[in-house]
Design a protein around this ligand. Structure first.
Ligand SMILES: Cc1cc2nc3c(=O)[nH]c(=O)nc-3n(C[C@H](O)[C@H](O)[C@H](O)COP(=O)(O)OP(=O)(O)OC[C@H]3O[C@@H](n4cnc5c(N)ncnc54)[C@H](O)[C@@H]3O)c2cc1C
Length: 476
């Protein structure tokens, strides 16, 4: 149950801790403070904005960060409102605070964070409610040569440009599946890169299945047309129903082989052609980042693209009492949806009624998100471009042959057993990169259920051994 503002200000616990300061978390924190809740907004990164409003590192002295973004004024408006709430003591933003675990306590939650260089310091934030807005990470499907220098993720290329003002190469092939490819390609060409091709595994036909849903989100159509226009102006060739099936090079990528795919994403023999490049930006959609909630037992659902997201009700409550979720954690749908859900969830936490237009906007954008997910669902045939020596788990250098041996000869029928037999998923990223691929090779087309990771991020053993952490000090 939400607490009244007056009760809240008497207590050292926050009314609401928001984890993740991307569009969803930022909108939630500002709205919650507007509605009188005392709120703390935590993010592992140094500033607010998340993936969409990622901005240049301060030392780069970027004069016009807005030129790398759409809807920049939406971000600056929220940032100004947050600053006003911080000034009035209603909200606190803490960057560099990575949440590694959530724990239920008698009257709310203990939110465990690491902070400081190398995560050398720990603290515990107390809050009556928690809103999870931790976003998503990219789904990687391996192919021969995917570990070569110069091969980056599509979102990684965007992040290099937005945060570092650098390009991953001069001639960059963009490949994989999902709307992020068009956004990345359009940013890269606008920033001066040559993009010889955008290689998309689907034929985009899935979008035509529900014209009513498409028509209800004109903003998305305008955004898509904007990206398409940029690609046309720069002569970028769009290759639908195709994939990069191999990256070539020794010290660095020097080219890629692109092949046509059938409807199941199986490469069609005889259609291969080589494209020279010095970088490849590749990604196959996004996967919700939900470890903190699944560790508390929150119920999940599998979306139309096979990605596992949190199950929430109409007011964005998870199945864990006191735990809300907004944005990509509820299924990947873009920044506008994240903003709407942040606002909606904050209303729910505060016990306030959202406006009808907000509810309608969220419903339209969520329906579009489901359509988008279905349109870009990976086909099972992608494993046809693997070779026995292709690394599946790059942290532990586990090749396809070892995973296939575990499945075909040793009887592993799920990713966990494959992990125990091969070490795939035991490395630094804890299976975030190889998980979907291993699940597929173990027999399921896409991830079969939520991953369980007791720690939401790597925490030094010295920190865990150091005993109880300090109580969070609200003062800047
Ligand atoms: C690498 C990448 C690049 C992207 N680039 C674009 C793009 O250019 N254009 C576009 O339209 N969409 C892009 N997207 C999609 C985009 O993320 C969303 O549509 C939008 O930003 C979602 O907002 P969100 O608030 O749900 O999550 P996000 O914006 O992802 O914000 C989540 C925030 O949570 C923080 N966080 C996560 N875990 C923790 C933790 N344990 N403790 C503390 N903080 C945590 C993160 O640091 C991040 O700031 C990108 C996605 C990714 C993964």
């Amino acid at each position: 149950m939400p607490t009244s503002p007056s009760e809240a200000h008497d207590s050292s616990a926050f009314d609401l801790a928001v984890v993740g300061a991307g569009p969803a978390g930022l909108a939630a924190a500002v709205t919650a403070a507007d509605l009188g809740l005392r709120c703390v907004l935590l993010d592992g990164g140094p500033s607010t904005g998340g993936q969409y409003y990622r901005h240049p590192a301060p030392g780069l002295g970027a004069a016009r960060p807005d030129r790398l973004h759409h809807h920049w004024s939406a971000y600056t408006g929220l940032a100004e409102r947050l600053a006003a709430h911080e000034g009035a003591g209603r909200a606190a933003f803490r960057g560099g605070h990575q949440v590694w675990a959530l724990e239920r306590t008698g009257d709310g939650f203990a939110v465990h964070v690491t902070r400081g260089p190398e995560s050398t310091d720990r603290a515990t934030v107390r809050a009556r409610s928690v809103l999870l807005a931790t976003g998503a990470y990219e789904r990687q499907l391996p192919f021969p040569g995917w570990t070569l220098p110069g091969v980056v993720t599509a979102g990684g290329a965007q992040a290099m440009l937005k945060a570092g003002l650098v390009l991953p190469g001069r001639r960059i092939v963009v490949a994989g599946s999902g709307p992020l490819l068009l956004a990345a390609a359009s940013s890269l060409v606008t920033a001066g890169a040559e993009v010889p091709a955008v290689v998309e595994a689907t034929a985009y036909l899935g979008y035509a299945r529900r014209p009513g849903v498409l028509a209800s989100v004109p903003g998305k159509l305008v955004e898509g047309a904007g990206h398409g226009g940029a690609l046309l102006r720069h002569g970028v060739r769009l290759r639908p129903r195709s994939a990069v099936v191999e990256a070539h090079g020794t010290d660095r990528v020097t080219g890629v082989t692109v092949a046509r795919l059938d409807a199941d994403w199986r490469p069609v023999p005889g259609t291969e052609r080589r494209i020279d490049c010095d970088a490849l930006a590749v990604g196959h959609g996004l996967l919700p980042q939900i470890d903190l909630a699944t560790e508390l037992g929150a119920r999940t659902r599998t979306g139309p693209d096979g990605a596992v997201a949190l199950e929430v009700d109409a007011r964005l409550r998870t199945s864990v009492p006191g735990l809300w979720s907004a944005g990509e954690t509820n299924g990947v749908g873009g920044a506008d949806l994240a903003l709407a859900e942040g606002e909606l969830a904050a209303h729910a936490v505060a016990g306030a009624l959202p406006t009808a237009p907000l509810l309608r906007r969220r419903a339209r954008l969520r329906a579009f998100a489901e359509l988008m997910a279905a349109a870009h669902r990976p086909g099972p045939g992608w494993t046809g471009w693997l070779r026995p020596d292709t690394d599946v788990c790059r942290c532990e250098e586990v090749p396809v042959s070892a995973v296939r041996e575990a499945v075909d000869e040793l009887g592993a029928g799920d990713p966990r057993t494959v992990k125990l037999l091969t070490r795939a998923g035991m490395g630094w990223c804890q299976g975030r990169m190889c998980g979907p691929a291993v699940a597929c090779l173990a027999g399921s087309v896409v991830a079969s259920g939520p991953d369980r990771r007791p720690l939401g991020c790597p925490v030094p053993l010295s920190q865990l051994a150091a005993g109880p952490s300090a109580e969070f000090d609200d003062r800047p």
